[in-house]
Design a protein around this ligand. Structure first.
Ligand code: SF4
Length: 433
């Protein structure tokens, strides 16, 4: 085994401080924070978690259910609506309007048109989002029929994100992906006809069975479709995946996917091909066409916006307190139905942790403006993180350019690995569980 091999564990830094240090005791702080006013001019976003999928992909580490019937789904949708109604009454939310909304999962497009209308209407009764500049909706190609796609556009979705992951039928099948390759073009055609301002395609570099040749085809096919943006993740194998369970059963330490240098090379090749096709690299995981193609959910989150996450296992960040909902279906439903907020664990953070959080998240954009941190936190990040920046610069991962910290392409391609150096000591070894 070499340190380049893909072994089990989390690579992707989704948040800071790590989830493993969030705790039940701090849940009380989260509830109290809801009764205090919001900080001036802080944006509010809404995340809605739809935890249903047709099949569980072998690499999936999300909380998803493949066995729920329409009654259970209806009950869940009603619980999500009721949960948001509870927030709408609290001081920190009252009178505010979300500027971005994100439906993630799971597979939000698993819901029928009737269920979707019920959900959208119910949520907006307590928190209208007519001021939102972006409403993202994640979908799986095999769940998209033409009427559903048009209904989503009519309901106001502005950014349709299609989980393609790979174009090869065999690779989709051996990774237990639900959709078939031929469903991709069909779904994409519906999305274009419906007139979404932004269509995003998700790809994964390093699925089981991936090859140099097939990855090139995936990039070419995506460029031919010409979506406004593309998201590319490097395959990681967290402990709660089917791939890991198989590794464990077979006594294997190395995952049956490409090693990290190969995955980085595949993303580098993709970035270069997209740049030649007129896209720009917007972060470690995204390329986008034109200056008008924004991703407000990401940018809001990485610049300290308040985010209300509703639904089972959802994550929120409000007024300096992180919190997460009950992560199992029935306890989530039971608590909401009994009129309680279903908060399971939380973490209150101080200004320094907030600064670190925004710094590490914004570093994923590839460039950081020191003036932003000076204005917001009164801290010069070039001094605060002097030693770490110097080390990463010496390793060729970044350079200081006046007020900016700029990652090299090599640094950007492995940014999640570099972020731990900026964490507080006690969080450096924490697992992202
Ligand atoms: S579609 Fe996404 S959320 Fe659903 S099982 Fe596959 S990876 Fe997990």
């Amino acid at each position: 085994m070499s340190h380049d091999d893909t072994t089990a564990g989390n690579y992707f830094v989704a948040n800071y401080p790590p989830f493993s240090c969030w705790n039940r005791e701090d849940a009380v702080h989260a509830r109290h924070r809801l009764d205090e006013p919001a900080a001036d001019a802080t944006e509010l976003g809404l995340y809605v978690h739809i935890p249903f999928c047709r099949k569980r992909c072998d690499f999936c580490y999300f909380r998803v259910y493949t066995d729920k019937d329409s009654r259970a789904i209806r009950r869940y949708v009603d619980a999500v609506i009721a949960e948001l109604a509870q927030y709408a009454d609290r001081e920190v939310v009252r009178g505010r309007r979300p500027t971005f909304v994100y439906f993630g999962g799971g597979t939000p497009s698993y819901l029928s048109v009737d269920q979707l209308k019920h959900l959208f209407d119910g949520l907006q009764r307590s928190l209208p989002w007519d001021d939102a500049r972006e409403i993202t909706f994640e979908c799986e190609p095999g769940t998209l029929q033409e009427p559903k796609v048009h209904a989503l556009r009519e309901m106001g979705v502005t950014r349709l994100s299609i989980g393609v992951e790979n174009f090869d039928p065999h690779i989709l099948e051996i990774n237990n992906r639900a959709h078939r390759a031929k469903e991709i073009d069909r779904a994409y055609g519906f999305a274009r006809d419906a007139g979404f301002p932004q269509v995003n395609i998700d790809l994964i570099a390093g699925m089981v069975g991936e090859t140099d040749e097939n990855w090139r085809v995936c990039i070419e096919r995506t460029i031919e479709l010409a979506p406004e943006s593309v998201t590319i993740y490097q395959m990681e194998i967290p402990y709660n995946t089917t791939v890991y369970r198989r590794m464990k059963d077979g006594g294997e330490n190395v995952a049956p996917v490409a090693d990290w240098p190969t995955k980085r090379r595949w993303v580098a090749e993709a970035f270069e091909a997209f740049e030649r096709a007129g896209y720009h690299v917007g972060s470690a995981y995204t390329v986008a066409k034109g200056d008008q193609t924004k991703f407000r959910y990401r940018d809001g989150l990485w610049h300290g916006a308040d985010l209300l996450g509703i639904g089972v296992a959802s994550f929120s960040h409000v007024g300096g307190v992180h919190f997460q909902n009950e992560h199992d279906f029935q306890p989530y439903i039971d608590r909401v139905e009994s009129g309680e907020l279903p908060i399971h664990r939380a973490l209150r953070i101080d200004d320094d942790e907030r600064l670190i959080r925004e710094f590490v998240l914004q570093l994923k954009l590839g460039s950081i403006d020191a003036r932003y941190f000076q204005d917001k936190f009164g801290v010069d990040i070039r001094e605060r993180f002097g030693a770490q920046l110097e080390q990463h610069a010496a390793d060729g991962f970044l350079r200081i350019d006046g007020d900016h910290v700029r990652l090299s392409r090599d640094g950007l391609l492995q940014v999640d690995r570099l972020l731990h150096a900026f964490f507080r000591d006690e969080h450096r070894v924490a697992r992202y569980a």
